[in-house]
Ligand binder design. Sequence first.
Ligand SMILES: [Zn+2]
Length: 110
Amino acid sequence: MLQPVSPPDDQFVYLLHFSDYIAPGRHPARHYIGFADGDLARRIQQHSTGGSHAARICQVAAERHNPFVVARVWHGSRSDERRLKQRKESPALCPRYARSAANTPSTLAG
Ligand SMILES: [Zn+2]
């Protein structure tokens, strides 16, 4: 779906949606965009357990018993991940908030 580069078949960019805000008021995030090179299921598992291989936000969420769902997965490279993070549009990308976004993946190409 992300067109500018042609990543290998086993590279993914994913959007995690947490059940609750990580730190309401202070750090009101509830999304995380990540990149998996290879085994996506294993990477998600690492995040969900909150261990040393998890992203920091996932470690905090696990400590606070704030589970996540994998809201979206794209076939994409690490540069796609960076590009999506820089756009700071995670909520708009999340089908839980903007179902139309899930139906129009072409809007991500810009
Ligand atoms: Zn969401």
